[in-house]
Ligand binder design. Structure first.
Ligand SMILES: *Cc1c(COP(=O)(O)O)cnc(C)c1O
Length: 431
């Protein structure tokens, strides 16, 4: 199967992390998010060990928690001893409520409000990744009011197009994120950070996009960023302690996509780093990376119950499920590919071409179009694989559909990490 935590048992049922998925569907109901805790920890360790091995001491992965945010994931990351990214008061509150050491959190985002900045400082967030000059001034002012000196990284845009989907490409000069190097504005940003009294400039941050399979775009990014470091050293005699090169390594959603050896990719990036630092005559900064999806995507799976199969003669076949864009909006947003398997008969011939359709009143509410699956019967369990990233975290209550629970699987056991939303929950804020 697409990942080594997926298999088929003697009954022909799909298993995930060694557990029969049809049994889990019976126990918890559907739709149901499953997360393989061991796989998450395994991935975190691959990144952490590789970064310790190939980069200078103090280099560290940060989990981009927008990919999957709930209290339990922050507890896991705390136990694994890695840093996290947070982007909102909501993520900060969740991490802090879970007891995550907030000194290890990096606060991102291109549109932080003053209230959020203050809230983040009160919660002890260690580092702010300042996106623009107005924000940097606000951080400085609020830190001053609170009698703090706030650590900051500056987000700059290196002017890179990593050839990924336009909506997940974030490092080009015209991007809404960060301050552009190409236009010369990034230099003014650095000058300001050095001058402001209540911020302590630690270095630079960039993030070029997501679903990147090669190390080459990162190498190009590094060359640009190191060139920028040299320029800033000349201009202001400032050398950064940290260079954050962002997240974005790809994930294998379908068989046609390559298997990624993250250790090998990180090693490739380190060659470029060492070579270029030597060439430019600068100290090698501590490297931070911010993997989101590559830590959690294939630790996830979603189970649905088939509600009906509709064959539009001469046109299209639809398999309708009891979930859809409310629990996984990624096909609707980006036409993301996914692998779909009939969990109750996972070894049967996949000779039915079907479009998996969600339950919302939108023609665009689809999980996949025209994929080969085993023709299901009503009430059978359908599994969508590799849904651990940007599914639960992007879920909505459109059509007032309650969000599914998250069940974690660990060492052959299952436990609830997030409860199923109830109909009462849906109305809980209504007056
Ligand atoms: C989304 C994002 C990430 C994570 O991207 P993945 O593709 O999930 O690895 C990292 N850093 C920043 C700033 C992001 O916006």
């Amino acid at each position: 199967m697409i990942c080594d935590n997926i298999s088929v048992n003697e009954k022909g049922h799909l298993t995930f992390a060694g557990i029969d998925t049809t049994e889990l569907a019976k126990k918890y109901g559907t739709p149901l998010y499953l997360m393989d805790e061991n796989k998450i920890r395994e991935r975190v360790r691959v990144y952490k060990n590789a970064m310790e091995r190939y980069f200078p001491k103090g280099s560290m992965p940060e989990f981009a928690s927008k990919a999957f945010s709930c209290k339990q994931i922050y507890r896991i990351m705390a136990e694994e001893g890695i840093d996290i990214d947070v982007v909102s008061a909501g993520e900060i509150f969740t991490a802090s409520s879970a007891g995550f050491p907030m000194d290890r959190a990096f606060f991102h985002g291109n549109s932080k409000t003053d209230e959020e900045i203050r809230f983040a400082m009160e919660k002890g967030v260690g580092t702010f990744v300042a996106d623009n000059e107005e924000e940097l001034k606000a951080i400085n002012e609020i830190a001053g009011e609170m009698g703090k000196k706030q650590r900051v990284l500056l987000r700059v845009s290196p002017g890179i197009d990593p050839h990924t989907h336009k909506k997940i490409s974030t490092g080009s000069t015209e991007s809404k994120f960060g301050v552009a190097i190409e236009t010369g504005q990034a230099k003014g940003f650095v000058k300001l950070a050095i001058e402001l009294e209540n911020v302590e400039l630690q270095g630079y941050h960039c993030h070029i996009g997501s679903q990147i399979f090669e190390s080459e775009p990162f190498a190009t990014t590094l060359e640009i960023m190191l060139g920028f470091i040299v320029e800033m050293k000349k201009a202001f005699n400032f050398e950064p302690e940290i260079l954050n090169i962002g997240g974005g390594f790809g994930v294998r959603y379908v068989e046609q996509e390559p298997v990624i050896d993250y250790d090998e990719k990180i090693k490739e990036v380190s060659y470029v780093l060492n070579k270029q630092c030597e060439r430019f005559g600068i100290a090698i900064p501590k490297i931070h990376m911010e993997p989101g999806r590559s830590l959690v995507a294939d630790a996830g799976m979603t189970l649905y119950t088939v509600t009906n199969v509709k064959e539009v003669k001469g046109y299209k076949n639809y398999v309708s499920i009891d979930g859809g864009m409310t629990d996984n909006p990624r096909y609707t947003l980006y036409e993301s590919p996914y692998t779909v398997v009939l969990a109750s008969r996972a070894n049967d011939e996949k000779d039915f071409v079907a479009t998996i359709s969600g339950r919302c009143c939108e023609s665009g509410d689809l999980i996949q179009e025209d994929v080969n699956i085993t023709k299901p019967l009503k009430d059978e369990i359908l599994a969508v694989l590799t849904t651990g990233a940007y599914n639960y975290s992007m879920a909505s209550n459109y059509n007032r559909v309650p969000r599914p629970p998250v069940v974690m699987l660990k060492d052959g056991e299952d436990y609830l990490a997030v409860k199923r939303e109830s109909l009462e929950d849906i109305c809980s804020l209504d007056i």
